[in-house]
Design a protein around this ligand. Structure first.
Ligand code: SAH
Length: 349
C-alpha cells in the first residue's frame, strides 16, 4: 500500500483527479497532513465520510512506530523507528539555538562502504520512499509536540543513490502548503556522486549541498572512501565548480578528523589548496568512534591546530558541536546495537 506521505502536492492533485476527485480536495488533504499534522483520515472533517473511507482504503497514514528512544543530556533525541515492512531506521533530533534539526535516513543500509562509518555495517537493503522520509519528521514532531525547523539528510544511506525519492521528499517538506521548511534549512549530504550533483544543480531547488570529503588528497580518500576511485578528487572539484557556478550557492565540505590519518597540518594545507577558489567552507567533525572500525578521534589539540591552520590560510571553517555524546551518537550505532549489524566484508579491503 502506498503511503499518503509519498506524494508531492502536484502528484497528489494528479492522483485525486484520476480518482475523479476535485483538485482542491488534494490541497485540503495536503494541508491536513502537514499544516495540521493529523494522523488519520478520520480527522479530516471537511471531507465527506465516503472520501475519508476511500482514502483509508487506498493509503497508509499515521506515524512510524517508535521502537526505542534515547534522550541525551544536551536534549538530543535518537529514535529507532520501525518501518511498515519491519525494517529499522534511525533518526536524530538535535536542539540548536536556531531551531530543531532532524537528521533523516534515506536508505535502509548503505552501499558506499566508507571505512569509518557505522551505517555501512548494513549493506543497502532498499531505498526509503519519499513518504518514509517525510514520516520521520512527522513522527518526531508528533512525539515532541514541536516543529522541526531544519532538516539534514545525513542519516544512514547515500541520498544521491536514492535521488528521485529524495528530491520528492525535499519538495514535499519545502512546500508552502506543507511543512514549509525553508529550502535553505534543508541540507543534502553526499559522499560525492558526481552525476547526481550535476543533476541537483539543475533542479532549481535552493536547498544546500554538503560533501563528505574527509581527506585532503586521493591517497587518503581512496583508503577511506571507495567512491573516490569512481570519482577522484579532481573530478569532484570540477563538478563542484560547475555546481557553484550554476546555483550560485556555497558548498560545505565535511571533514572528520581521524587521529593519525588525516589530521596533520600538512593535510590542512593540502585541503586549503584543494578548496582555493571554490565558494566553500569546511565543517570539521569530531569522529564518533565506531568499535568495529578501529579509527580514533583526533585530540582536541590537533583539532584546534588543524582549524587554526585553515583559518591562517583564509579558509572558512567551523567546528561541529558534538551532540548526544552520552548516547549511541554515531549514525547506525543504535540500529547496529538493536539489530546486531556486524562488520561486513564490503567495508574491508
Ligand atoms: N552518505 C551521505 C550521508 C550520510 S553520512 C554522505 O556520505 O554524506 C553523514 C555524515 O556523517 C557524513 O559526512 C559521514 O561521513 C559522517 N559520519 C559517518 N560516520 C561517522 C562517525 N562515526 N563519526 C562522525 N561522522 C560520521
Amino acid at each position: 500500500m502506498k503511503s499518503i506521505y509519498d506524494y508531492t502536492q502536484e502528484q497528489m492533485i494528479e492522483e485525486f483527479l484520476q480518482f475523479g476527485e476535485k483538485e482542491f480536495r488534494a490541497t485540503q488533504v495536503f494541508e491536513w497532513l502537514y499544516r495540521q499534522n493529523v494522523q488519520s483520515f478520520d480527522q479530516m472533517n471537511n471531507l465527506s465520510m465516503a472520501l475519508r473511507e476511500k482514502l483509508a482504503d487506498f493509503y497508509d497514514i499515521g506515524p512510524l512506530k517508535i521502537e526505542e528512544k534515547q534522550v541525551s543530556k544536551d536534549g538530543t533525541i535518537k529514535y529507532l523507528l520501525k518501518l511498515k515492512d519491519g525494517g529499522f531506521i534511525e533518526t536524530v533530533l538535535m536542539i540548536h539555538d536556531y531551531g530543531r534539526s532532524l537528521c533523516v535516513t534515506s536508505q535502509l543500509g548503505c552501499n558506499m562502504g566508507c571505512r569509518f562509518c557505522a551505517s555501512g555495517l548494513l549493506k543497502k537493503q532498499r531505498n526509503l520512499t519519499a513518504g518514509e522520509m517525510v514520516n520521520q519528521i512527522l513522527t518526531v514532531m508528533h512525539d515532541t509536540g514541536e516543529r522541526v525547523s531544519h532538516v539534514v539528510v545525513m542519516g544512514t544511506g547515500e541520498p544521491f543513490d536514492n535521488y528521485d525519492a529524495v528530491m520528492d521528499f525535499v519538495r514535499i517538506i519545502n512546500h508552502p502548503k506543507g511543512l514549509a521548511i525553508g529550502a535553505r534549512h534543508i541540507t543534502i549530504s553526499t559522499c560525492g556522486l558526481c552525476e547526481q550533483i550535476e543533476k541537483y544543480a539543475h533542479e532549481g531547488i535552493q536547498s544546500n549541498l554538503a560533501i563528505s570529503l574527509h581527506a585532503p588528497n586521493d591517497e587518503i580518500r581512496n583508503q577511506l572512501m571507495p567512491i573516490n576511485k569512481r570519482y577522484p578528487m579532481d573530478v569532484l572539484r570540477k563538478t563542484l565548480e560547475n555546481y557553484i557556478q550554476k546555483t550560485n550557492r556555497r558548498v560545505t565540505f565535511e571533514y572528520i578528523l581521524l587521529k593519525g590519518v588525516n589530521d596533520e597540518l600538512k593535510h590542512a594545507r593540502q585541503l586549503a589548496h584543494y578548496m582555493r577558489g571554490l565558494n566553500a567552507y569546511v565543517n570539521l567533525i569530531p569522529y564518533n568512534a565506531v568499535d568495529e572500525h578501529g579509527y580514533q578521534q583526533s585530540s582536541m589539540k590537533d583539532v584546534e591546530a588543524f582549524k587554526n591552520e585553515l583559518l591562517r590560510l583564509k579558509i572558512n571553517v567551523t567546528l561541529r558541536k558534538e551532540h548526544g555524546r552520552d548516547i549511541d551518537g554515531a549514525c547506525g550505532q543504535l540500529r547496529a546495537k538493536k539489530v546486531g549489524d556486524k562488520h561486513v566484508d564490503h567495508n574491508k579491503k
